[in-house]
Design a protein. Structure first.
Length: 335
């Protein structure tokens, strides 16, 4: 009897090949490991945190599956498809609603185990995802891909995805010695209470297509009381200092910079925005001011993220020695 059951199990596994819908009860753990293996050098802190959550949730996968049957609340989080070979998950694509109406859908976590790459599995998974979005009444499919991932970008271009924008992560390992720039006209400190003007500047700087996909959230710029207290606490301890500066000629900000300077171990954080109509006029001044301000701080690396559309800022960062770490592109396809 045991021999018969073992033979039956092996036969079943051989028959379990190809695409099937993601099963929250059994696929959480293997998909988490697949993503960890496929994107080992690309995951940031948020990506690693999401993987940890998936691994933890996999221990109660059967319960989640039972709950999902009655509520369906996990479908938008874990919808998608897996590719099986002899019963083993070797490929994955996640498909999620990106808005409440279901007009825009996000495709993510397109991953294939190394031993099974080059066999067209990614193409088949993507085709299945697009078919599912079409059947669900979606109008757009959107995904993100690192610019250096030429194979994935070629696949998406073959499937008629177009680039709509992106972001570039920079790091400056060695701070150059600089003096502060000469007096800057209309250069002011601004407080956390002026978040509305900053929010409008950030929104104006984004391209129309990126605003369509993922507009800035007010909550990212509206500083809470708890955050204000936290800033005061760390500043009092001498841990870090947050500088907020803007160039302002009217009610709105023409440009702004936020510099988080660290005195203890860590990384300095630099953020910079300029009104699109003024690109090329303020980037040099604000960059020089920020780097000159950091002369008083330990020589930690400086992190900076810029929009791919802000070419003047990209060129300015490179002139001061910032090195590109990675570029994350956003692509979309009309269904």
């Amino acid at each position: 009897m045991a021999t018969f059951q073992a033979a039956t199990s092996r036969l079943t596994k051989r028959l379990e090949c190809g695409i099937r819908a993601f099963d929250i009860g059994s696929d959480l753990r293997p998909v988490a490991e697949l993503i960890a293996d496929a994107f080992a050098h690309e995951l940031d802190s948020r990506g690693n945190a999401a993987l940890r959550e998936m691994r933890i949730m996999s221990h109660v996968g059967a319960l989640l599956k039972l709950l999902n049957r009655s509520t369906g609340e996990f479908n938008d989080l874990f919808g998608g498809f897996v590719w099986l070979e002899e019963g083993k998950v070797v490929g994955n694509v996640t498909v999620q609603k990106a808005d409440a109406m279901g007009n825009r859908w996000q495709i993510a976590n397109v991953a294939v185990a190394p031993a099974y790459r080059g066999q067209g599995i990614s193409h088949l998974l993507m085709s299945k995802a697009l078919e599912y979005i079409t059947e669900s009444g979606g109008e757009w499919a959107v995904l993100q891909v690192y610019a250096k991932n030429a194979i994935a970008r070629h696949l998406y271009e073959q499937l008629d995805f177009e680039e709509v924008g992106g972001s570039v992560d920079f790091t400056l390992q060695r701070l150059p010695k600089l003096d502060a720039p000469a007096r800057i006209s209309n250069f002011y400190s601004f407080t956390a209470d002026q978040w509305q003007a900053l929010y409008e500047l950030v929104s104006n700087q984004q391209s129309g297509q990126m605003l369509w996909w993922r507009p800035p959230r007010r909550t990212d710029y509206q500083i809470t009381l708890e955050q204000m207290v936290g800033e005061w606490f760390w500043r009092t301890l001498g841990c870090n200092q947050i500088y907020r500066r803007c160039i302002q000629t009217t009610r709105r900000f023409d440009a702004a910079v936020i510099l988080t300077a660290a005195r203890w171990r860590g990384t300095h954080q630099l953020q910079l925005w300029v009104q699109p109509s003024l690109h090329g006029q303020h980037e040099e001044t604000l960059m020089r001011w920020a780097l000159a301000t950091l002369q008083e701080y330990p020589r930690w690396p400086i992190a900076l993220t810029l929009s791919t559309h802000h070419t003047a800022a990209l060129a300015c960062a490179r002139r001061y020695g910032f090195q590109e770490q990675q570029t994350l592109l956003t692509m979309r396809r009309k269904i």
